[in-house]
Write a protein that binds this ligand. Structure first.
Ligand code: PXP
Length: 237
């Protein structure tokens, strides 16, 4: 299971004082040296975390894989087609949310998403759709020719009982199986941390996990290299 680090929270800290530090680009390069398989950033319409300068520098400097999360809106699609990240992950975006709150509704938005995927494919960018582990959504995602899905793991991560966690894990397991049968790549993310990853990593056939909050929070105390390597050790143990 590969591990991509989301460095948005480094940008949030920088933006709090509207200064240069800490720089998410520096964080990305240090994380690569520590062994991550990819870097993730979300260019939001409100530029709450990374901005275009960060994105363009990351495109130049990241040597692993750059995954750009974004909403399916034309302004951001144009930027993506110009910058050409290795992967675009399409997510829903609401102005008032603290973080992405759930998967995208593929069924209700299939026309817009299909047009967006066609544009991104036209610029030779692979596309992933951030969705719930739900069979109908997975089928709808395959129909509009996404390359990957990213399964939303927030419900699993926030489960209030072991039973709820187990039920959600089972849903995710079935979702992965179905997606693989349809020929899709499968990523996963949201709310994964140093504890729940021990259970989560037992799932087979996940290509990559995308983790941000837990690792950046830990990095404040132990440093980014150590925080990244602790997660890598857990994923490989
Ligand atoms: N995947 C997606 C699509 C996300 O929006 C986020 C949050 O930015 C993550 C993964 C990472 O979630 P977390 O910060 O909770 O690890």
């Amino acid at each position: 299971m590969r591990f991509s680090l989301n460095v948005d929270h480094v940008a949030v800290l920088r933006n709090a004082r509207q200064e240069m530090n800490p720089d998410p680009v520096t964080a990305a390069l240090l994380a690569e040296q520590a062994g991550v398989d990819g870097i993730v950033v979300h260019l939001r319409e409100d530029r709450r975390h990374v901005n275009e300068r960060d994105l363009r520098l990351l495109r130049e400097l990241v040597t692993t894989k750059l995954d750009m999360e974004m909403a399916a809106v034309q302004e951001i699609i144009d930027i993506a087609c110009d910058v050409k990240p290795d992967l675009v992950t399409l997510v829903p975006e609401k102005r008032q949310e603290l973080t992405t709150e759930g998967g995208i509704n593929v069924i209700d938005n299939s026309k817009l998403l299909k047009e967006t995927i066609t544009q991104l494919h036209g610029s030779e960018i692979e596309v992933s759709l951030f969705i719930e582990p739900d069979i109908d959504s997975i089928e709808a995602a395959a129909e509009i020719e996404t390359d990957f899905i990213e399964i939303h793991t927030g419900v699993f991560a926030n489960a209030s009982s072991e039973e709820e966690q187990f039920d959600e894990l089972e849903k995710i397991r079935l979702g992965i199986k179905h997606a693989k049968k349809l020929g899709l790549g499968v990523n996963a993310g949201h709310g994964l941390d140093y504890n729940n990853i021990k259970i989560f990593k037992e799932l087979k056939d996940i290509d990559e996990v995308s983790i941000g909050q837990a690792v950046i929070a830990r990095a404040v105390f132990v440093g980014l290299k150590e925080a990244v390597q602790e997660m890598i050790r857990l994923l490989n143990s």
